[in-house]
Design a protein around this ligand. Structure first.
Ligand SMILES: C[S@@+](CC[C@H](N)C(=O)[O-])C[C@H]1O[C@@H](n2cnc3c(N)ncnc32)[C@H](O)[C@@H]1O
Length: 187
């Protein structure tokens, strides 16, 4: 399974407000679309799980298991309605969870994952051997807080880089998917 975790200290869901007004929820929605979809006939990447970690939201973690989804989200509005339907039990593959970035990392480590933290200053991603089960942690438009970086260091999460330029979160997700699909050749 390919796992993406995006942490946002600003985003929250408000069914009435547009996503860009609710702490840049749009960053989370676009990253989720980037993680779980592709443009072949089927549309959904069945081998991807996506976690939104949003302490300001209730529930603070939303888990998307693309293998259980029936609908293909095509834009932010659609992704948001899919999440809301999922949280109300009307759509498969979406679950609300309690917890934090720390508890999520430890639970993934107990499932055998060695999560990687995406950051410009990390070791080049080409030095990491691709495996079937990989988990990637990314920050939102503001990056990661010092306390989250401390938690990741404490949990032994390695920092990996896509290069010195800073990209948007959803661009990083798309680049990683393309790399693991074998579409971008690693040196
Ligand atoms: C828009 S960037 C955050 C920029 C923010 N100003 C900062 O200093 O971290 C969003 C996230 O994408 C990831 N990211 C962006 N560019 C990257 C790169 N070149 N290599 C690895 N990860 C990157 C990081 O996880 C980052 O937290």
């Amino acid at each position: 399974m390919r796992i993406f975790i995006v942490k946002s200290d600003t985003a929250y869901i408000d069914g009435e407000e547009p996503p860009f007004k609710t702490g840049r929820l749009d960053v989370m929605l676009n990253s989720a679309i980037s993680a779980i979809t592709h443009r072949n006939a089927q549309g959904i990447r069945r081998d991807v799980e996506f976690f939104m970690v949003m302490p300001l939201n209730d529930p603070p973690i939303i888990h998307i298991n693309a293998s259980k989804m029936a609908r293909v989200p095509i834009n932010e509005e659609d992704m948001l309605s899919l999440l809301l339907d999922g949280l109300r039990g009307r759509e498969g593959g979406v679950n609300g969870m309690q917890g934090s970035l720390d508890s999520l990392i430890t639970s993934l480590q107990s499932r055998g994952y060695s999560p990687l933290y995406l950051h410009e200053d990390g070791v080049p991603i080409k030095s990491i051997r691709p495996r079937e089960n990989m988990a990637f942690i990314l920050g939102n438009q503001n990056g990661m807080s010092n306390s989250d970086e401390y938690i990741m260091r404490k949990r032994g999460v390695r920092k990996v880089s896509l290069g010195p330029l800073p990209y948007m979160t959803w661009e990083c997700v798309a680049i990683i998917n393309a790399m693991l699909d074998g579409r971008i050749l690693l040196a």
